[in-house]
Design a protein around this ligand. Structure first.
Ligand SMILES: Cc1ncc(COP(=O)(O)O)c(C=O)c1O
Length: 376
């Protein structure tokens, strides 16, 4: 039985054109980029071309782009760098960040290397309260790191990077935006926003897993997080993930070239999913702000909790439907979600996160609804 995959915020399938671009670097072009002879020179060139492409896409300078093992490493580098190298003593984040951020800032608090860790208020629609953010930043005595994600991976809510950047600028704070869900899905022009660090992960936009980027603006270059060789201009030691880096750049190039078409297609599929869900299950509710400032790839839907919906995720899995769970409580197959727990009316609900890619179709939505009807 073929599988229906609505979990693209978790990871996406590799695009075949990306694989094709990577193949030479898995086979004949295998040289270590640090080697001085031709094998090394050709792979070094491939990495630098990839860097230039990423920089151009984000409207940054190539010297501001560093390749990492993914979004998590980039976030750890940025946050640790802001504390240990840029003099931040306070961190202001949100309770709905990805664990890559939450566990990092909580660890820094636990070991006593920061003076304070605060979370901004989350409004009913899942957006951050910008006034509370500004009040919290203003009240800090000492340099602040603001770490707020660009788009939430569970409910899709987007943060206004420009607005946060203005607050950061006003109070001379350092600003890290976790852009893992938006790089490759949303045009980011770094020349237009006051942000010090952003990150990205290739596998979220049909690139390979295990490769990501950290953008560090020129004024906030920090010390290396991983020590060893002199790769990545002494910023990130270890032999480069050559084919991953080539794949990352190719996936970003394709995503950027097809951005409008892919977005429109995904928006159509998502709108169709919303209307079919509402028609079939009038008692459901959507989390966050799906028709407002929201990333078009994500849709979070809650069902009233009962004996049947508790087993929802498990039953869908048996029927070869791949979706993510997430609810405030830990019930049935659903693991508690710290994001849903921050939203109102969180109790007595079973939540599914549906996330879409260019490969999803309305026919898959129809099939999904039919299967869901047999469960709920
Ligand atoms: C918002 C967000 N940040 C960070 C990460 C971590 O990225 P990676 O698993 O590539 O390290 C993810 C992945 O799910 C994510 O969705």
């Amino acid at each position: 039985m073929s599988r229906i995959y609505f979990d693209n915020a978790a990871t996406t399938p590799l695009d075949k054109d990306v694989l094709e671009a990577m193949m030479p670097y898995l086979t004949e072009k295998f040289g270590n980029p640090s080697s001085v002879y031709s094998y090394g020179r050709e792979t070094r060139l491939a990495i630098e071309n990839a860097r230039k492409l990423v920089a151009k896409t984000l409207n940054a300078h190539p010297s501001e782009i560093f390749f990492t093992s993914g979004g998590t490493e980039a976030t750890n580098t940025a946050i640790n760098g802001a504390i240990y190298d840029l003099g931040c003593k306070h961190i202001i984040s949100s309770p709905i960040e990805h664990h890559a951020t939450l566990h990092t800032v909580e660890y820094l608090k636990e070991i006593g290397d920061i003076e304070s860790l605060q979370y901004v208020n989350i409004l009913e629609n899942g957006h951050i309260d910008y006034e509370d953010l500004e009040a919290k930043v203003a009240a800090c005595d000492g340099k602040v790191l603001i770490s707020l994600m660009h788009a939430n991976n569970e409910i899709g809510n987007m943060t206004d990077m420009k607005r946060v950047g203005e607050i950061a600028k006003k109070y001379d704070a350092i600003y890290h935006s976790d852009t893992v869900q938006t790089v490759g899905h949303f045009p980011i022009d770094l020349s237009q926003v006051h942000v010090h660090f952003i990150n990205g992960a290739g596998h979220k936009f049909h690139g390979p897993k295990g490769v990501g980027i950290l953008y560090m603006n020129r004024e906030s270059i920090v010390k290396p997080f991983i020590h060893g060789g002199s790769q990545e201009r002494n910023m990130r030691a270890g032999t480069e993930n050559l084919y991953g880096i080539v794949g990352f750049a190719k996936a970003l190039e394709l995503a950027t070239a097809n951005y409008e078409t892919d977005k429109q297609h995904i928006l159509d599929v998502r709108a169709y999913m919303m209307s079919r869900l509402q028609a079939a299950f009038p008692e459901i509710s959507f989390n966050g702000d799906p028709l407002g400032d929201s990333l078009y790839t994500v849709l979070s839907v809650s069902f009233p909790e009962n004996d049947k919906t508790e087993m929802l995720l498990f039953s869908l899995d048996i029927q070869n439907i791949c979706v993510s769970g997430g609810s405030a409580c830990t019930s049935g197959a659903n693991k508690g979600s710290h994001v849903i727990a921050c939203l109102p009316n969180k109790d007595k609900k079973v939540t599914l996160r549906l996330s879409f890619s260019k490969y999803n179709t309305k026919e898959e939505v129809d099939l999904f609804i039919e299967k869901l009807k047999t469960v709920v």
